[in-house]
Design a protein around this ligand. Structure first.
Ligand SMILES: Cc1cc2nc3c(=O)[nH]c(=O)nc-3n(C[C@H](O)[C@H](O)[C@H](O)COP(=O)(O)OP(=O)(O)OC[C@H]3O[C@@H](n4cnc5c(N)ncnc54)[C@H](O)[C@@H]3O)c2cc1C
Length: 554
């Protein structure tokens, strides 16, 4: 890309974090011209999100990326457990056991709830965002319709009824160029220039104070050759120090020698002056060899959602639209889910097989999810951040042993709620969406800790393993890239195909003769959207053109 340019595109994406990269992939896989503007030349080299949800892994699977993603992070047989200790080299209070990534690949149960609790072809994965973003970038580089503009900052945005224009500054030469687009998406993180230029405010709670995960935090990224030996216990992914002197969270990054330690600054401390090595020593309880890679301050205690996720031809996705405290690991995952929701809609409108009103459903569907997910993250931050710790918790007497047993029991409840949350990740649904064929009757409860498979329009299409020619196959893998009509009665298939062709809508017909799947989906015909949410279900008497028009606003 030349230093200075003036060009136009269909979609301008500002920001190349997980939201922007995934959105560009969703557009690029459908051949939609788009430009992704990212101020950093290289993907970040500092750890942030560590928890890739089952739902995000399903999205990666659909784009053929889940195997590469699962190959990142902890070494294959490293336990992904979460352990709570008084000091990290000392007593364990409780431990939540999770499968290693080698085990997850072979579908063993997640946590100690059993296989049926997480019906998905992709169990959650622990691999850091900084290891995943390069995979997304590399995938984009293979997509001819996507232009990656790395090292460029979007510095202004303006739109009127007919035109949308972005001012772009080369971060090295400061040269200014202009880009016009039919649509723009602000994926530019919490300080979003795009959101501010639209005059959209965040609503919610800021800077909540807690003993942990409520205040100014400092992340310390380091290497250590002997830390696992010093910890002296079965390996884990997360180690929480729960004592009255120094709380902290240690995270294994590669399962060999790199780690991230998070501490919360105490009153009077700053990120520059805090003796973070002393804090780490107090949390770990024994000395260990240590080589700093980098450190970074950040703030915990935000539960914010934008008042709107779109205005005119401009949309907001990811942290630009919602801000979390990282408990329960929903910030990055909600961002990827936004991108997947918006990507197919923009593509359908630009390809002329959906009406522009389809785009209104983005805010209608995603803002309630942003409220749902941020509220859950906040409740988990309260649950761990406000937990009471007795001053004598690490003493050697019998009373202290009782205190530890009670604390361990409370933490065991907490950890299950935070990490064994199949309902949170798989049970999300678009109940009041204007582009689904709603059904009467009650939805199953939306409980974070329990997932109730449902094929009601609006729900994520439930997963089932099928036996296809003797091969265990995920139903998801048979769905098309765009809309799929799953049929258990095939007599109207031709009419559906014709109706889709008349609209120019890509539709895959998936005839299936499988009683278990029929029972799960509870209808003869089921229309599944490109993001694998159910759009409609019914029988062969339905009018295909009317259904397709409803779900695309054609
Ligand atoms: C310490 C920490 C731990 C976390 N842990 C988790 C976790 O375990 N699980 C989880 O789900 N989430 C976690 N998160 C949150 C997660 O990192 C974010 O939610 C996620 O990065 C959001 O993705 P995004 O693409 O919306 O924004 P970002 O990742 O912030 O990306 C925005 C991009 O836009 C670029 N940009 C900004 N302005 C401009 C501009 N004007 N022009 C061009 N480019 C611009 C930035 O350089 C950046 O690359 C954590 C966050 C932190 C800080």
């Amino acid at each position: 890309m030349p230093e200075s340019f003036n060009c136009s595109t269909d979609v301008a994406i500002v920001g190349g974090g997980p939201a922007g990269l995934m959105l560009a992939i969703e557009l690029g896989c459908r051949g939609i011209p788009c430009v992704l503007i990212e101020e950093n030349l290289n993907a970040p080299a500092f750890p942030k999100a560590n928890a890739t949800s089952a739902r995000t892994m399903e999205h990666y699977r659909r784009r053929g990326l889940s195997v590469a993603m699962r190959a990142t992070g902890l070494v294959a047989d490293h336990p992904q457990d979460i352990v709570y200790c008084t000091r990290l080299s000392g007593r364990e209070l409780t431990r939540f056991t999770m499968p290693s990534r080698a085990e997850a690949l072979h579908q063993t149960s997640f946590g100690d709830y059993g296989e049926d609790a997480w019906p998905t072809p992709e169990l959650p994965h622990r691999g850091n965002q900084m290891l995943m973003e390069p995979i997304l970038r590399a995938h984009l580089a293979t997509m001819p319709s996507v232009k990656l503009m790395l090292g460029y900052r979007a510095t202004a945005l303006s739109q009127n009824d007919t035109k949308l224009s972005l001012e772009i500054t080369n971060t090295q030469t400061q040269e200014v160029s202009h880009l016009t687009a039919r649509y723009a998406v602000g994926c530019d993180g919490p300080r979003s220039m795009v959101r501010k230029s639209l005059g959209i405010k965040f609503g919610g709670v800021s800077e909540e104070s807690r003993d942990f995960f409520g205040g100014q935090m400092l992340s310390v990224y380091f290497k250590s050759k002997n830390l696992y030996d010093v910890l002296g216990k079965k390996k884990a992914w997360q180690y929480w120090a729960i004592n009255p002197v120094q709380r902290g969270l240690l995270m294994a990054i590669n399962g060999i020698d790199s780690f991230l330690f998070g501490l919360q600054l105490k009153p009077g401390q700053t990120a520059e002056t805090v003796d973070y090595q002393a804090a780490m020593l107090a949390a770990i309880g024994k000395s260990f060899d240590f080589a700093l890679i980098a450190k970074a301050p950040w703030n915990a205690g935000f539960t914010l959602v934008a008042e709107k996720m779109s205005k005119g031809r401009v949309f907001l996705a990811g942290d630009a639209a919602h801000l979390f405290t990282p408990t329960s690991g929903m910030g990055y995952n909600t961002s990827v889910d936004d991108a997947v929701n918006l990507g197919w809609k923009l593509a359908a409108v630009l390809q002329g097989c959906a009406g522009e009103a389809l785009l209104d459903s983005y805010d209608a569907e995603r803002r309630p999810i942003a409220h749902r997910n941020t509220a859950y993250a906040r409740s988990m931050a309260d649950s761990i951040g406000l937990i009471k710790i007795a001053p004598t918790v690490d003493d050697d007497d019998v009373d202290a042993a009782h205190i530890r047993a009670d604390l361990g029991a409370a933490l065991a409840v907490h950890v299950r709620r935070e990490f064994n949350a199949p309902g949170l990740h798989l049970g999300l649904r678009y109940e009041d969406s204007p582009i689904i064929a709603s059904e009467s009757g009650a939805w199953p409860a939306d409980l974070p800790g329990e997932y109730f498979p449902s094929a009601r329009p609006g729900a994520r299409a439930p997963h089932i393993w099928l036996d296809i020619d003797g091969k265990k196959t995920a139903l998801f893998d048979l769905f098309g890239r765009d809309f799929t009509l799953l049929t258990f009665n095939h007599s109207a298939n031709k009419e559906w195909l014709q109706a889709a062709q008349d609209m120019g809508l890509p539709l895959v017909i998936l005839p299936l003769d499988d009683n278990k799947a029929r029972d799960l989906y509870d209808a003869d015909l089921v229309l599944v959207r490109p993001d694998h949410h159910i759009a409609w279900r019914g029988d062969v008497t339905a009018h295909p053109a009317a259904v397709l028009a409803l779900v695309t606003r054609f």
